[in-house]
Design a binder for this molecule. Structure first.
Ligand SMILES: C[S@@+](CC[C@H](N)C(=O)[O-])C[C@H]1O[C@@H](n2cnc3c(N)ncnc32)[C@H](O)[C@@H]1O
Length: 236
């Protein structure tokens, strides 16, 4: 072991756990702030690099729950292309990206979140980084018969969504992510793009099967090095 490795090992052994956690959190915050700042400096339309997306994930530090790199890249692509409002189901790192990329272009994102503490953390992060045009809605999950879903503030929401980013509710919810189509039926119209993360899982495959049975849509399944997602375009 080199002298510097010995010092690091000694530091790890001597420093109390709460101090180590505080140092780690400070490092993550700094990494996230730098990566978000970098993102705001990209010329409009320029896609973030994988390195930048990896930095965002490291700074966000919600391993196993946050969107993976290739899906994040697709969210960024769609946020740069969309010409109308975005609906996001389930909040997190993607919310920050949608606000920074689409919000800068004057496009609103409506995000549904059911966990009060997660909603609070997201609201603080959006404010701290001055991320524009995100309407973060705390909505409980509610039973709608054979499925449960968010209870969205429909009266306040736009009449049409051009892009829907589906990363919630969690897969142990009855019906999983299915509910967006029946509940937002009239606001999801021809050419609305639906992104569904985790399409390799049986619950998401079942969601796609139900969506297809109800609405004509052209769906591509994107198998990527970091996971599988679906991109569907509604036909009518
Ligand atoms: C898959 S996550 C959404 C991920 C988001 N698109 C992102 O990129 O970070 C879906 C939901 O899981 C919940 N969630 C996220 N992180 C969590 C955590 N660390 N522990 C428990 N629930 C979490 C939140 O309610 C969130 O809306």
């Amino acid at each position: 072991m080199s002298a510097s490795e010995t010092s690091v090992a000694l530091f790890k052994r001597l420093v109390p756990r709460p101090v180590k956690s505080a140092v780690r959190r400070a490092y993550e915050r700094r990494t996230l702030a730098d990566a978000l700042h970098h993102l705001t400096r990209l010329p409009e339309g320029e896609a973030p690099s994988r390195t930048l997306l990896d930095d965002l994930q490291r700074g966000w530090a919600n391993h196993g729950m946050a969107a993976r790199t290739d899906y994040l890249a697709e969210v960024c692509r769609q946020a740069a292309l969309t010409t109308g409002p975005i609906l996001e189901c389930g909040s997190g790192l993607t919310t920050l990206l949608l606000g920074l990329i689409a919000g800068r272009r004057g496009i609103d994102t409506w995000t549904l979140e059911h966990l009060p503490e997660w909603h609070q953390a997201l609201a603080e992060t959006l404010a701290r980084h001055r991320i524009p045009r995100v309407h973060l809605c705390l909505t409980p999950l509610r039973s709608f018969g054979d499925f449960s879903w968010y209870d969205p503030p429909l009266d306040e929401m736009p009449e049409r969504f051009n892009l829907v980013v589906c990363d919630g509710p969690p897969s142990d919810t009855s019906g999983g992510r299915y509910g967006v189509l029946p509940l937002l039926h009239d606001r999801i119209t021809a050419k609305t793009v639906l992104l569904l993360d985790d399409a390799e899982r049986p619950t998401e495959a079942e969601v796609l099967r139900r969506w297809h049975a109800e609405r004509p849509m052209a769906t591509s399944i994107k198998e990527t090095p970091s996971g599988t997602y679906a991109l569907a375009v509604v036909n009518g």
